[in-house]
Design a protein around this ligand. Structure first.
Ligand code: LP5
Ligand code: MN
Length: 244
């Protein structure tokens, strides 16, 4: 199939062996939608949990094969870290024939520019999360963590998920959303007006105001009961969803 001039963005699939329906939806998405796109951007939390590229897990091998087949057909694949798979490394990306990209990433296409992020770093009112994030994004912490046995890493990760679930249920809704001032700041710092992110699981398109100049914040949805993707083309951008 020939590649059209379109770019797709997805995020928060939270792929895991416990959700074969989501993986199946992803495979259909690759065959029916991504196959004709020039580029696929995965903006974090592609996996529900990632404890290191050395985890010999069969499920991630199947995911890698699905991505590699798309890459071999000529679609460029770009993967960004999320808060659950920030340990995903170059080794896994090589297996997928994808490039690992880092936020904030400026996407230039069709004479326009978009700033791409996962979104968690903008939830600055969530003090507990910010402290946790600072700890786990520290390179020394990561190399210590990755040197531990896989069983130990898995146990820590399970514990962190359980704590996160119980703590999130007690947090106010606005604390778990991006902070508006930080959205304006990160866009201004990078001379951009349009942000695309995921993480919050609140798919929507919000208008922004840069002292009279308009901007946009496009929020991708998580894949649960529905799957979501943003299609960018010469004509502009459109958010699409489908049932899972
Ligand atoms: O992902 P989501 O949307 O459910 O919640 C996030 C924030 N939570 C997290 C934690 C992740 O879900 C789980 C971590 C996965 C990492 C795997 C690899 C390495 C793990 C090593 C861990 C030591 O990101 C959540 C936000 C929410 O988004 C909205 O923005 O609120 O933040 C929290 O809940 C953070 C808590 O407030 C603090 C987290 C406590 C974790 C404590 C770890 C203890 C480890 C065990 C020690 C014995
Ligand atoms: Mn996330």
């Amino acid at each position: 199939m020939t590649k059209t001039d379109s770019i797709l963005c997805i995020s928060d699939l939270h792929l895991s062996p416990e959700r074969p329906d989501v993986f199946q939806a992803f495979r259909s998405f690759l065959n029916n939608k991504a196959e004709s796109a020039s580029d696929l951007f995965i903006l974090g939390d592609f996996f529900n949990l990632w404890i290191g590229d050395d985890d010999p897990d069969a499920f991630s091998g199947q995911v890698a094969n699905a991505l590699a087949a798309l890459a071999d057909s000529g679609t460029n694949i770009h993967i960004m870290h999320g808060n659950r798979d920030f340990l995903l490394g170059e080794k896994f990306c090589e297996t997928c024939r994808a490039s690992l990209i880092h936020e904030p990433y400026v996407l230039s296409c069709f004479g326009r520019e978009y700033l791409l992020m996962h979104g968690d770093s903008l939830c600055t009112r969530d003090n507990d999360y910010m402290a946790f994030r600072a700890m786990v994004r520290n390179p020394q912490w990561q190399s210590d963590f990755l040197s531990r046995p896989l069983s130990e890493r898995q146990a820590f990760a399970n514990e962190a998920r359980a704590k996160s679930k119980s703590m999130s249920s007690n947090k106010a809704e606005d604390i778990m959303d991006v902070s508006p001032e930080d959205v304006i700041k990160v866009l201004s710092d990078h001379q951009q007006k349009t942000l695309i992110h995921g993480h919050t699981h609140r798919p929507d398109i919000h208008a922004l105001d840069f002292s009279g100049t308009p901007g946009l914040r496009i929020v991708l949805g998580d894949w649960d009961k529905k799957g979501w993707y943003l299609k960018i083309s010469q004509e502009g951008h459109e958010m699409q969803d489908f049932a899972i």
